[in-house]
Design a protein around this ligand. Structure first.
Ligand SMILES: Nc1nc2c(ncn2[C@@H]2O[C@H](COP(=O)(O)OP(=O)(O)OP(=O)(O)O)[C@@H](O)[C@H]2O)c(=O)[nH]1
Ligand SMILES: [Mg+2]
Length: 293
């Protein structure tokens, strides 16, 4: 039943091995603190967890409930909408936005849905070509314009085209940006407004892509994006390339925004729907042997 996140947590498990070289039935509080630190859980959360565990012999089930609690408010309640569903993909440079669009497209295609892409990253050279290559590879249409053109117009055209042709999903790529770049923040807000003009209620999801290799430092970044456009959901990418898997707990705990998928590789199939039970279990499997019951 479990094990879907093993690949994404492989390097985190290696880091945990430096604290507990052999899996155990129980660990000490010191070991727990070091494991959580090593896997990049934020120290505020580590302190909270340690305070809530009053015994020095820490067993799997003691930590399990504490880690699951980090996701208490992250249940994702999908809003009602009229098709096509419009998803706006945002985040800093290189976070994995374009690749995640390819992965989501593949997932929807597997569900026999009709998908169209909007290449609204008109800022970075070669961004349009990159998304076009993915569109060709996966076999979905794309609405694009030339570099330097208005990204809002691309979003508008992609949505209008999807409505006319009865598409189920519109995925809109955007340029990487930092919250400090006022012009790009305003551009993003404009894209959001224009989506709603093209299709009332759109974008139905503003999805923030966070680079998992950044660990906890993604939290402040996410807060800034949330202030900018009100993020609906988070996808964490590149978990396969980092030992910072524990940051997923602190990201969920600090932001109160649902994590909906985890990216665990560079191909279109490397996207796993987030499940807190599976994730916590796979994390704890790096520490504990399963107890015979
Ligand atoms: N290992 C791994 N690599 C990933 C994952 N997601 C994306 N990448 C890689 O990260 C790099 C950046 O990905 P992009 O999708 O281009 O990122 P982006 O956010 O669109 O970047 P900009 O458009 O420049 O802002 C690429 O080399 C991807 O192959 C992942 O889950 N795992
Ligand atoms: Mg991109």
């Amino acid at each position: 039943m479990f094990g879907f996140f093993k690949k994404g947590l492989a390097r985190t498990a290696d880091a945990i091995k430096t604290i507990v070289p052999k899996k155990k039935i129980a660990i000490s509080k010191d070991e727990l603190e070091n494991i959580l630190l090593e896997s990049d859980v934020h120290y505020d959360l580590i302190e909270k967890i340690l305070n809530e565990i009053p015994y020095d012999e820490v067993k799997r089930q003691h930590i399990e409930s504490k880690l699951l609690a980090c996701f208490n408010w992250t249940y994702y309640d999908e809003k009602e909408f009229t098709a096509p569903k419009v998803q706006l993909i945002i985040g800093v440079n290189g976070a994995g936005k374009t690749t995640t669009i390819a992965k989501l497209s593949q997932k929807y295609l597997n569900e026999n849905k009709k998908v169209i892409l909007g290449a609204a990253d008109t800022f970075r050279a070669a961004a349009i070509e990159q998304l076009t290559r993915w569109a060709d590879k996966i076999g979905v249409p794309i609405v694009a314009t030339q570099q330097g053109h208005d990204p809002s117009a691309v979003a508008y055209d992609a949505i209008t085209s999807a409505k006319a042709k009865n598409f189920d999903h519109v995925l809109i790529d955007t340029a990487g940006r930092l919250h400090t770049q006022t012009n790009l923040a305003n551009e993003l807000k404009k894209i959001v407004r224009i989506c709603d003009k093209a299709h009332s209620g759109a974008p139905h999801e503003k999805i923030l892509i966070l680079d998992g290799t950044q660990g906890n430092s993604a939290i402040d970044q996410a807060r800034a994006f949330n202030e900018m456009v009100d993020i609906d959901a988070i996808i964490i990418t590149k978990l396969d390339g980092t030992a910072k898997g524990g940051s997923v707990f602190s990201i969920a705990y600090a932001l109160e925004i649902p994590i909906i998928y985890i990216g665990m590789g560079e191909t279109a199939d490397d996207l796993i729907a987030f499940d807190k039970h599976e994730f916590v279990n796979d994390f704890l499997d790096a520490i504990f042997v399963q107890e015979e019951s």
